[in-house]
Design a protein around this ligand. Structure first.
Ligand code: HEC
Length: 142
């Protein structure tokens, strides 16, 4: 009986240590001055107006957790969309329409698959596309 109690206390101790470790890990990330976490590329942000400006807000709500603020990517979460891989001739607007609808099988990166994103109308996605293309053009990706 006593032995079981000791083992129990050990397990609880380990769980507490693990919890503390995870918490302090995320704490470190929050201390970083940079936005969501490590951006993967430098992005020049142009002045945004109209659909691009609305698209930015939708992007920040639905996509930036993985693709990063200013679509600059997030280390460990998702790729930058301001990247030559996603230039219009390689990933046309249709690829951007389909990605949130159907999700994406990982094929260019090692982040894993992208799950479908719920709650977006076609109009929302078109505004996201206008936003991403505007960022791309400002960074020499045409
Ligand atoms: C949970 C993380 C996550 C979220 C949220 C997310 N994505 Fe992705 N997305 C990924 C990953 C990871 C890939 C890269 C897959 C690969 O390896 O090619 C990707 C790839 C893409 C691609 C490339 C598709 C292709 O055909 O190769 C597009 C376009 C895209 N995402 C758009 C979006 C948009 C728009 C949103 C918001 C509506 C969004 N993503 C939200 C993780 C995410």
């Amino acid at each position: 009986m006593k032995r079981i109690a000791i083992i129990g206390i050990l397990i609880l101790g380990l769980a507490a240590a693990g919890y503390y470790w995870v918490q302090s890990g995320t704490g470190e990330m929050a201390d970083e001055p940079s936005t969501i976490s490590g951006s993967m590329v430098e992005v020049t942000v142009p002045e945004l107006t109209g659909a691009a400006l609305i698209g930015e807000q939708i992007f920040n709500a639905k996509c930036a957790a993985c693709h990063g603020e200013n679509a600059a990517g997030v280390e460990g979460a998702g790729p930058p969309l301001v990247h030559i891989i996603y230039e219009p001739s390689h990933h046309g607007d249709m690829a951007f329409m389909l990605a949130p609808r159907r999700g994406v099988q990982a094929h260019h990166w090692r982040f894993g698959n992208m799950a479908p994103v719920e709650g977006l109308t076609d109009g929302d996605i078109k505004q996201i596309i206008t936003y991403v293309r505007t960022l791309q053009r400002a960074n020499g990706i045409n």
